[in-house]
Write a protein of this length. Sequence first.
Length: 210
Amino acid sequence: MDQSFWMARWRQGQTGWHLPHPNPLLVKYWDALALPPGAQVFVPLCGKSEDMVWLAQQGYRGLGNELCQQAVAAFFAEQGLEPTREALNHQQIRWQAGPYTLIEGDFFRLTPTLTAQVSAVYDRAALVALPPPQRAQYARALRQLVPAGSGYLLISLEGPVAEQVGPPFSVPEREIRRLFAALPSLQHRAVHPHVRKGENWEEHVWLGRF
């Protein structure tokens, strides 16, 4: 699954993963991280997520990363904001307005200097967007990017064993435990039913610290 796949999905409006409202599980479990007011929250593969808006309404600063320029521009436009744009290099652009900073570019090319102020990571759409070969790379990169002690709220999906069509992909509990074995504090907190394309899936909530 390459970058052109995601560009095409945004261009064609095939963004079924986007929710027009904050994710209910974010709202339900966020306070468990007990972050101080004004803390910066990293949202990888953020798209134009309403979750960042909700986080800002709770008093936090959002740091998003998104590959597709169309999604980044749409996020600011829909919030009625006119962001500044700064080219960090020939592959990354930093968009900024209000409590939001979005880094346009490939997640795997981010550097720790860009995430040095992060106090927590919220992942509802990143891990489940990646096919199996990229998940271990993602988990390693996340550990390298995020300052030690940062909180982590992960919402994963698990579907029928035979279901391999994605994104989003089914990521079994055992795989998450393997991917994040270096995070002993990561706890499996809850399971919620989720229906996708008529199939019975589950949303799993994980909380911990890096």
